[in-house]
Design a binder for this molecule. Structure first.
Ligand SMILES: Nc1ncnc2c1ncn2[C@@H]1O[C@H](COP(=O)(O)OP(=O)(O)O)[C@@H](O)[C@H]1O
Ligand SMILES: O=C(CO)[C@@H](O)[C@H](O)COP(=O)(O)O
Length: 566
């Protein structure tokens, strides 16, 4: 039996992780490095720096490289046989950009295997030491400008898959050009976090990924090319400036399974990788997540990482300013539909900490025990009074959908309308159920067009850190009401897993005819064993309950609008 190995990395907001699998999809090693804990010298909080005055959130690029050095050391210490690794893929937190200096290509090509990576690359390989993070909200001016000049949100969404968003890379690059013109000028190439990571492995600057490029507001998805009018707006100036930005961005690799080249000699000499270990495109964390499960129509993934995202795979390119469409990371003709929220885990943690402060957990080993008890001890919508609904909105950070400043709002909705309920609310205990309902109601309100006419999913798959929590899974099942129930992917890191599957598919996919390969979907379904990979964690649809939440949607929409306009 072959003992070949395939690696999937995930460079996400708070950690860098890896999963090694064999060709039967079985995980053989998992390791991670947590930035705040393992690279404390960078003094990040939850992996980032924040400057609330300017709504900026950013991360030091050198920290990611240092963490990668540490992770490779951990894999070595765990006894991973690097020589058996046939291919590598990965995932990066989306939208973040890395600005390479004119020295970068030379430094990447001449790495000394006796030294770790970080001191050899940082700071000289970069024209800007920070990467704007997806939680950043500092680009309102750039977004407004692009949206006005590019004929509005609907048109932008039709072309690039999304209206402008603060975190999207086009507006972020434009802001770097405005605020740091010298650094922008000194930039030889711009990578996304995904292609930056692929570049580290290749030892030369890698092309952008076909799916992750759709998180920039620069890529014309239907025509598969950069939109030169938008590029011109971001680059400023005239034709020369536009061409210069196109040069900085470089090429986009259309084949998610392409062998971009062998791993750089640095890793062969330092860690014993095989000389022909293939590096394949690294994609975004969300596109990689949909590769971890054989999704069928009406299936939904809810990814409960630092952000919360709702993901579907669809053959229909149907755009809207209220969600995102991306090209699929492996399959031409398929698209990924996505909703993304900044206020996912961190907002839930804030309520959890407030509850623990007044009602310490009875189980010292479970920091979520009091939160869960509070969430499950009250009825849906928090009240037994006929027609009354408790609705809360919890945005410790400014939110993406709806576009809303930071704040907390608590309402009671009844037949007379929506009322401010901050004085009739058992704070913080009643917040536990309300925040879970609020996060799910928001997804239900917006996911409809991506699903059936009734908006009811078939299955909800939960993945990411928050999916370990049974109360979160239950409320997700109650509000979204999937007809077949809620299932948890047992390996908690779906995007590293999806990446490892992609690495395997890239080197083992059958050639159907020259240039045409076995699809990722066929390849995965042949090997994927549902019984060992997922577990049922909630029944999903409950008669009467799903309908009750349906009746609350109008009031919830009103509550969100109130918050967004206040
Ligand atoms: N039992 C749990 N209940 C609720 N949330 C949890 C639990 N375990 C982990 N988490 C949350 O998961 C988050 C990290 O998830 P992860 O998928 O690793 O995120 P990322 O990929 O963004 O780094 C943490 O912010 C933490 O709050
Ligand atoms: O901005 C988005 C998607 O548009 C986020 O989903 C980021 O991609 C970060 O992901 P995590 O670190 O939470 O996995």
């Amino acid at each position: 039996m072959s003992d070949d190995l395939f690696l999937g990395f995930d460079l996400s907001t708070q950690q860098i992780k890896v999963i090694a699998i064999n060709s039967k999809l079985e995980p053989v090693l998992q390791e991670y490095v947590e930035f705040d804990v393992d690279t404390p010298e960078y003094k990040t909080q939850k992996g980032v720096y924040t400057n609330p005055k300017l709504n900026e959130v950013y991360a030091p690029v050198a920290m990611w490289i240092k963490a990668f050095d540490i992770l490779l050391g951990k894999m070595q210490a765990a006894g991973l046989n690097f020589a058996k690794v046939k291919s590598i893929s990965g995932a990066g937190q989306q939208h973040g950009s890395v600005f390479w200096s004119t020295e970068a290509e030379r430094l990447l090509a001449s790495l000394n295997p006796d030294q770790p990576l970080e001191p050899q690359l940082s700071p000289k390989a970069f024209s800007h030491d920070m990467s704007p993070n997806w939680q950043d909200h500092s680009t309102a001016e750039q977004c407004d400008y692009l949206e006005q000049r590019a004929s509005g949100a609907e048109i932008l969404a039709q072309i690039t898959g999304s209206k402008t968003h603060h975190r999207f890379t086009g507006p972020q690059i434009m802001r770097v050009r405005h605020r740091h013109p010298r650094r922008y000028e000194e930039t030889a190439r711009i990578s996304l976090v995904s292609s930056f990571f692929a570049s580290l492995l290749l030892g030369s600057i890698a092309p952008l990924d076909v799916s992750d490029v759709c998180g920039m507001n620069l890529w014309d998805i239907p025509n598969e090319k950069f939109d030169e009018d938008i590029i011109q707006l971001v680059a400023g100036g005239g034709e020369d400036e536009k061409n210069e930005l196109l040069r900085k961005l470089g090429k986009v690799e259309p084949d998610g399974g392409k062998n971009l080249g062998p791993i750089n000699d640095y890793y062969v000499k330092r860690y014993g990788f095989s000389k022909d270990c293939a590096i394949t495109p690294i994609t975004g964390d969300n596109p990689a997540t949909i590769l971890a499960l054989p999704l069928r129509p009406l299936d939904v993934i809810v990814s409960l990482g630092t952000s919360t995202t709702l993901l579907v795979s669809t053959p229909v390119y149907k755009t809207s300013p209220s969600y995102h469409m991306f090209s699929h990371p492996t399959s031409k003709g398929l698209y990924m539909g996505m909703l993304c929220y900044c206020n996912g885990s961190l907002a839930r943690e804030k309520v959890r900490d407030e509850i623990n402060a007044v009602k310490p957990s009875s189980d010292a080993s479970d920091i979520w025990a009091s939160f869960n008890e509070a969430a499950l001890s009250v009825p849906p919508l928090g009240t037994t009074a006929e027609g009354q609904k408790k609705l809360g909105i919890y945005f410790p950070l400014p939110e993406i959908v709806p576009d809303c400043k930071a704040g907390t709002w608590r309402f009671i909705s009844d037949e007379t309308g929506l009322h401010d309920a901050r004085n009739e609310w058992d704070i913080p205990l009643a917040d536990a159920r309300a925040i879970l309902e609020s996060q799910n109601l928001s997804m239900r309100l917006r996911a409809g067009p991506l699903l059936s006419s009734t908006g009811q999913p078939r299955r909800v798959y939960v993945v990411g850190g928050g999916s370990r929590n049974h109360a979160i899974c239950q409320v997700t099942g109650e509000v979204l009401g999937p007809s077949e129930g809620v299932f948890r992917l047992e390996l908690s890191n779906a995007c590293a897993l999806g990446s490892a599957y992609k690495a395997l598919w890239a080197v083992q996919r059958k050639v159907i005819q020259p240039g045409v390969y076995e699809s990722f979907e066929d390849f995965l379904s042949e090997r994927w064993d549902e019984k060992t990979m997922i577990n049922s964690v909630d029944v999903g649809y409950r008669m009467g309950v799903w309908e009750k939440y349906g009746e609350a949607l109008e009031a919830f929409d009103e509550a969100e609008k109130f918050a967004a306009n206040s």
